[in-house]
Design a protein around this ligand. Structure first.
Ligand code: AMP
Ligand code: ZN
Ligand code: FE
Ligand code: FE
Length: 280
């Protein structure tokens, strides 16, 4: 997007140790400064407990932190991720998300049982369990790499724990309507995350009818053709756009700030929030 050095760069999709990212919120903000970002959204999976720390760390570095979340939903038996941006987490959201995180722990045990049957010996105490952590497959993949069962994280997903893999167990997930309701009740703006990467482009209209407000158009795995198609679609249907790196760690996957979006895009998202929930 922007070419000028002076233009503020924004990344609206990042993860921390409060889900399956490797960095603490403080480390994430340090990297955001290195990446010359003016604003980032922390969007941990099914968890908002890292936001306060991210905001405090952002204040120290003069980087704006947008409160976000990435909710794991299911539709047509497909995993759908919804991003909620500019959320104001409430009690119901916290309780619902805690339930999902508890389920992630029991689901992990079932996955370990499946792996054990394939002679891959990993126990729960080797995983980073904590009250606030949203335990996910990337945590498991990292242990599999560390113990030498696979060469890298991609191999863990490809051979064992990918959606079609022999070690996969589905986690509990919200329906799209439930996910959207959680986001909107928290006065957040809802987006379909990485539609291209998860093969969900054809579902956009259906989700918009359910109340979804925008689409994550800018994403490293989206081709320029898809990006163009999504930009046009959003313009035609008055949908908001967002974009970000989906940064989890330096060791695998995309780099922080790639792609970045312009601050103008964030401004439009803020404007929509102000229209929907005016501050009196
Ligand atoms: P979970 O929420 O435990 O089902 O794990 C899903 C997460 O695993 C996604 O949000 C991604 O961060 C990560 N993931 C999914 N597929 C892959 C893959 N093929 N390679 C690396 N990470 C992946
Ligand atoms: Zn993740
Ligand atoms: Fe996602
Ligand atoms: Fe993500």
């Amino acid at each position: 997007m922007g070419d000028s050095l002076a233009e503020p760069k924004v990344d609206l999709h990042t993860h921390s140790i409060f889900s399956d990212g490797k960095l603490t919120p403080e480390q994430l903000l340090e990297e955001a400064q290195w990446a010359a970002l003016s604003a980032i959204a922390l969007t941990d999976h099914d968890n908002t407990d890292g936001l306060a720390r991210a905001i405090a760390a952002g204040n120290e570095r003069s980087i704006e932190v947008i409160s976000g979340v990435e909710l794991s939903c299911v539709h047509d038996n497909k995993e759908v991720h919804l991003l909620g941006l500019l959320i104001e987490p409430n009690e119901k959201m916290s309780v619902e998300m805690k339930k999902m995180r508890d389920n992630r722990e029991s689901r992990m045990q079932l996955m370990l049982d499946k792996l054990e049957a394939m002679n891959i010996h990993i126990t729960m105490d080797e995983l980073p369990l904590s009250e606030t952590n949203s335990l996910g497959r990337p945590h498991l993949a990292r242990v599999m790499v560390k113990k030498g069962y696979v060469k890298n994280i991609s191999e863990a997903f490809e051979h064992y724990i990918g959606d079609e893999g022999p070690g996969y167990v589905a986690k509990e997930r919200w329906s799209i309507s439930e996910g959207l309701e959680l986001i909107h009740k928290a006065k957040g703006i809802s987006f379909l995350a990485h539609p291209g990467a998860s093969g969900l482009v054809d579902y956009i209209d259906e989700f918009v009818r359910l109340g979804m407000m925008g689409v994550e158009v800018y994403y490293a795995k989206h081709s320029p053709e898809l990006e163009k198609r999504l930009v046009e679609k959003c313009a035609e249907q008055n949908l908001l756009v967002c974009g970000g790196s989906d940064y989890h760690s330096a060791e695998a996957g995309p780099s922080l700030g790639i792609p970045f979006i312009s601050y103008d895009i964030l401004k439009k998202i803020k404007k929509r929030k102000d229209e929907l929930w005016p501050v009196s």
